[in-house]
Design a protein around this ligand. Structure first.
Ligand code: HPA
Ligand code: ZN
Length: 324
């Protein structure tokens, strides 16, 4: 079964490129950019990855990305992730990046987007991996800041296909960003949002109703609201679930306590993704293995999860056909 899972072609729809920064590359970029890290070894960095909740992870995640400055840094980060995709047989990936977290450190949008895009183009040409970029707003910042960032990003609109919402969820409900999502919808972008990771099911409802998102990132709290589950099923809204992330951030007690089987059983359009694999114990194959160790799914279930991801991907009809 393990070799079946490794060889299964995969589609990843929930991945923060900054969350793929492995400690080894963190040290290399720190040296290159003459940044002093608050850790004296790669092992010390890994030892610090013992999270209590989403915020305790975010503190280290924002600190880690402080080594990224140049176009080459963003290229190297993204290229390293895409080589992991090849090793995990990920054939299509949609990746988030957090423009505000770099703008606030003085890194221009063009630097960020050009480095990420160039690596994606090289991966398509050299490894046949297709990809797309989603610009994600930090929900613990103001809507005005998100709007300003969105307007600045329009100068590079050919580089990204959609917008999303991430960072500290509780206390920052989706409706806070209604205007920026309205703008992006008018401009023809795809819309997604993290909701129901640590926050309540009502945030998932709000992401659907006030932001009009096409997919929900995480969404594991949906089972708390039966009417919401029925809406998600009827509208076939994909949920980009991240099993190892949920275990590492203690949003579930352990993998065997994850609602994934119940979500699949209900007929929700569930997909499996790695979120921040450098921080949460591994990439797509590691997520598939951890899920399989806990639930011993049949091959049919794995094929169903993969088909869900192909259905949920923001690709052309021709690319979707090729993925099936
Ligand atoms: N949740 C919210 N924000 C994030 C995450 C996450 O898992 N990863 C990076 N930003
Ligand atoms: Zn995420």
């Amino acid at each position: 079964m393990s070799s079946f899972l490794h060889q299964l072609p995969k589609v990843e729809l929930h991945l923060h490129i900054e969350g793929t920064l492995e400690p080894e590359l963190m040290f290399e970029l720190a040296r290159r950019n003459e940044v002093t890290l608050p850790f004296d070894s790669v092992e010390a960095v890994r030892a610090a990855y013992d999270f209590e909740d989403l915020q305790s992870f975010l503190d280290l995640y924002y600190q880690g990305m402080n080594v990224l400055f140049t176009e080459a840094d963003f290229y190297d980060l993204t290229w390293a992730y895409l080589t992991r995709c090849q090793a995990n047989n990920v054939v299509h990936t949609e990746l988030f990046f957090d423009p505000q977290a770099h703008l606030s450190r003085g890194v221009a949008l063009s630097t960020q987007l050009e480095g990420i895009t160039r690596a994606c183009q090289d991966a398509e040409r050299e490894m046949g991996i297709s990809s797309a970029i989603i610009l994600s707003f930090l929900r613990d910042m103001t809507e005005e800041h998100a709007l300003e960032t969105y307007e600045a990003a329009l100068a590079y609109r050919e580089h990204f296909i959609g917008i999303g919402l991430d960072s500290a969820e509780v206390g920052n409900p989706p409706e806070k960003f209604a205007r920026v999502f309205d703008r992006a919808r008018e401009d023809g972008f795809h819309l997604v949002a993290h909701a129901g990771e640590e926050g309540p099911a009502s945030y998932i409802r709000s992401a659907l109703d006030t932001l009009g998102v096409e997919r929900i990132d995480h969404g594991i709290r949906c089972l708390d609201d039966e009417a919401l589950v029925e809406t998600l099923i009827a509208r076939r809204i994909p949920l980009t679930v991240c099993p190892l992330s949920n275990v590492y951030l203690k949003t579930v007690p352990d993998m065997t306590g994850h609602p994934l089987p119940a979500m699949i059983e209900r007929g929700l359009c569930v997909t499996i993704n790695s979120d921040d694999p450098a921080y949460f114990g591994g990439y797509m194959n590691a997520n598939y293995e951890a899920v399989q160790n806990a639930f011993a799914f049949s091959r049919d279930t794995w094929v169903l999860l993969t088909r869900n991801a192909i259905e949920a991907a923001f690709v052309t009809p021709a690319r979707r056909e090729a993925l099936y």
